[in-house]
Ligand binder design. Structure first.
Ligand code: GLC
Length: 447
């Protein structure tokens, strides 16, 4: 007889699997039905991490469809559009991106012209670790390996012009944290000349309350940046040398790249290939991040704005994430932990859910506004792994508990209020379900 706890977990796993089932299109999984009806890059990675525990074929297909849209220069686009959903209900669609003007854009599938954090090699490595059929997982890794290499080469060749071992992002959406307060000072300096913002109509506000979404001023700048990329025909060198007003070395993006490059080395090793170049590259990125993106005064990791040539001192959860890639030494890790474990985020002896995306003591903090305070399951999932690496097990358990309890009590929402647990944004959100599945399977394994 399963215990009451086991039964509760089993029911939750089933509910989570049903969310993914609902969002499965036959070739990929939508992040959610209404607000995001296409395929998103890092969403698909988290989704595969969930699938691999119980449906290996789906996990493979998910990434396969994404990599089918890989650009000739190696970029994995942040959105691959579903032609059945091109009904004008999502903006910006392919007719706005117009990526056909680039010789690198893929034939056959329509995509956006920017990328998202490179979780892909990490997803493939976890698929190898957790899938039931290990031989099949190895064959799959062999099949996708060259595409992963091409993707990492693109990032290091095209996004790191000064060989700093840190890559830049050129649009807030590339960070995955669309309206993070980190972008505020950068966007404030972008003043599109009159008439230069192409006409457009937002569609997100017909699905979600405007109070929980980015502002119109932010949207104008998002759209203006795309206009600049289009003018340069998405040629990377032309973009960065034509006064691109948004070039940021982002902590989260580079942390994920550092971990994924290490995972690529592990995949190479298991495939009998030479892992050393990737191991060395990952180490170099770790050192560069630890040096350039560390704010000694505040004991925290911050982004670097390449346009103003200065660090951006906003206190967001992403600043703790270098723990995920094992980057800080133990004394830096301790400074990070001591800050995380305060009322600014969530103290272990408080009743809050762990952990909000933004320092609560900031005047800009909001418990309901997208990336400016609410809890997101994917960042928490990475932070939980990072804290475990450094032995902060109590806090890691607290986060794991939030990953389980938030959807269990409130539903599979996109983001959650750190105090009440209320869900915001879209319902039936795929990565909330997929990462819950991952956490529950790991619990099952570890008893
Ligand atoms: C939003 C999120 C982004 C995510 C996308 C699809 O744009 O900010 O991280 O990939 O939705 O879920």
């Amino acid at each position: 007889m399963p215990s009451a706890k086991e039964k509760e977990f089993q029911d939750l796993i089933e509910a989570a699997e049903n969310v993914l089932k609902k969002n499965w299109t036959g070739s990929f999984t939508k992040p959610t039905n209404s607000l995001y009806p296409h395929q998103w890059s890092w969403d698909s990675c988290f989704i595969s991490i969930g699938y691999c525990h119980y449906n290996q074929e789906r996990a493979e297909k998910e990434l396969e469809r994404l990599f089918d849209a890989q650009w000739d220069n190696g970029m994995i686009p942040h959105i691959v559009f579903d032609k059945n959903e091109l009904n004008g209900l999502y903006f910006p669609g392919p007719d706005f991106w117009q990526v056909d003007c680039s010789p690198d854009s893929p034939a056959g599938l329509e995509s956006s012209g920017i990328c998202q954090p490179p979780v892909h090699a990490t997803a493939v490595r976890l698929m190898m670790d957790h899938s039931k059929d290990t031989k099949r997982a190895l064959d799959y890794a062999e099949k996708i390996y060259d595409q992963l290499v091409k993707w990492h080469n693109y990032l290091y060749d095209e996004r790191d012009p000064e060989d700093e071992n840190l890559v830049y992002i050129r649009h807030p959406w590339e960070s995955g944290q669309d309206n993070s307060p980190v972008w505020d000072p950068v966007l404030k300096e972008i003043n599109p000349p009159p008439g230069e913002i192409p006409p457009y109509e937002r569609k997100d506000l017909s699905h979600v309350d405007a109070a929980e979404r980015p502002t119109d001023e932010e949207y104008d700048r998002y759209v203006y940046l795309v206009e600049l990329f289009r003018r340069q025909k998405y040629d990377e060198k032309s973009i960065r040398t034509s006064d691109c007003p948004f070039l940021v070395q982002d902590v989260l993006f580079n942390t994920i790249l550092c971990q994924a490059t290490l995972d690529l080395a592990e995949i190479a090793k298991r495939l009998g290939k030479d892992p050393r170049p990737w191991k060395d590259q990952s180490q170099k990125t770790a050192e560069a991040l630890d040096q350039k993106l560390w704010d000694e005064e505040n004991g925290f990791y911050v982004d670097f704005d390449m346009v103003s040539n200065s660090q951006i001192h906003e206190r967001v959860l992403a600043g703790f994430l270098p723990l995920f890639a094992g980057i800080p030494d133990p004394s830096r890790a301790e400074r990070l932990f001591n800050y995380l474990n305060t009322h600014c985020f969530c103290r272990l002896d408080d009743t809050c859910f762990a952990a909000p995306t933004f320092d609560r003591s900031s005047p800009e903090y909001s418990s309901s506004k997208y990336w400016r305070g609410p809890i997101w399951i994917n960042l928490n999932w990475m932070l939980c792994i990072g804290l475990s690496k450094y032995g902060y097990d109590l806090y890691a358990d607290r986060i794991m508990e939030s990953i389980i309890q938030l959807p269990a009590q409130n539903g599979f929402y996109e983001y959650f209020d750190p105090d009440t647990g209320k869900g915001y944004g879209s319902t039936d959100f795929s990565w909330t379900a997929a990462l819950l599945i991952d956490v529950l399977y790991q619990r099952k394994l570890n008893g």
